[in-house]
Design a protein around this ligand. Structure first.
Ligand SMILES: Cc1ncc(C[n+]2csc(CCOP(=O)(O)OP(=O)(O)O)c2C)c(N)n1
Ligand SMILES: [Mg+2]
Length: 272
């Protein structure tokens, strides 16, 4: 219960920060698409709970749920980005701060897989590198290449796939065949687990076990986490995909604040 309570606190911190960033982005004249991750907060909270000092994170374009928990001062970071227009900010959805466990983020899809391989090659003993990517990114050839290299080199690398079923504005079945990650991993003798976030307590236990396996055996693992992104309207149609500021539509806010199936809502009920 203590773990669940902590996760809830992290989730809330991340979600509240995202609303704040949305308000900065609205005020700002700079227009670049921060990819919100409403609905993904459980994933970053899980990672935050079990991360150790020398572990590193390698992220993609959708990284705000991690930045909100790993930046020392995420509010200032995003204020500098949108409002203060500091000279040295990156001016994009990519994140960088010195001396942070987030070692790299990339908006080039699939590019973070190979970087994660390189960084995990030099990982300190008993530390792991966690590489986050989506169901779209695994369509890139670099995913397959890095899996086989990570296995060959025994890299302590966690491929954490946030499967929200969307890439840009298409669903999986509108753009490609199904990729059976379990079978892909089996073919290379890589440990794989699909976490069912609906059963959040079991997911916490399983995640802990899998990370510990990667850490102690120095072997790559793949974790698939099905998530539902709270999306936005696109040409008057609601889609579970999102980038840029939230539309000024009360339905969007109602969904994020009040949906009963929301994991945050369900966790809150459990810890009461
Ligand atoms: C090499 C490359 N190709 C295409 C894009 C355009 N692009 C940006 S985000 C995205 C979708 C990514 O989908 P997914 O990995 O599932 O992440 P999600 O946005 O769903 O979190 C695409 C195709 C890109 N950034 N880089
Ligand atoms: Mg996706």
């Amino acid at each position: 219960m203590k773990e669940l309570y902590k996760i809830y606190r992290y989730c809330m911190r991340s979600r509240n920060l995202q609303f704040k960033v949305n308000s900065y982005a609205k005020k700002s004249k700079i227009n670049f698409p921060v990819h919100f991750a409403f609905g993904h907060e459980f994933v970053s909270s899980l990672v935050k709970l079990f991360i150790e000092k020398n572990d590193k994170l390698i992220l993609s374009h959708r990284n705000i749920h991690f930045v909100s928990l790993f930046s020392k001062n995420p509010e200032i970071y995003y204020k500098n980005l949108f409002i203060n227009k500091k000279k040295n900010n990156l001016g994009s959805m990519n994140y960088h701060e010195k001396n942070n466990q987030i070692a790299y983020t990339s908006s080039v899809l699939g590019n973070n897989f190979s970087v994660a391989c390189g960084i995990s090659f030099f990982a300190k003993k008993k530390s792991v590198v966690i590489c986050i990517a989506g169901d779209g990114a695994i369509e890139e050839g670099s995913f397959y290449e890095t899996l086989s290299l990570a296995k060959y080199l025994n890299l302590p690398l966690v491929f954490l796939i946030e499967n929200n079923n969307w890439s840009m504005y298409t669903k999986i079945n509108e753009r490609r065949c199904n990729i059976n990650l379990k079978k892909v991993c089996e073919s290379m003798q890589i440990k794989f687990l699909k976490l069912q976030l609906k059963n959040f307590q079991k997911s916490i236990k399983n995640y802990k076990k899998m990370i510990s396996y990667c850490r102690t055996t120095s072997s790559p693992i793949v974790l698939e986490l099905p998530v539902k992104t709270y999306g936005d309207f696109k040409k008057k149609k609601y889609v579970n995909y999102h980038h840029g500021v939230l539309s000024n539509n009360v339905k969007i806010y109602n969904k994020i604040y009040f949906e009963k199936n929301d994991l945050l809502f369900r966790i809150k009920k459990k810890i009461r």
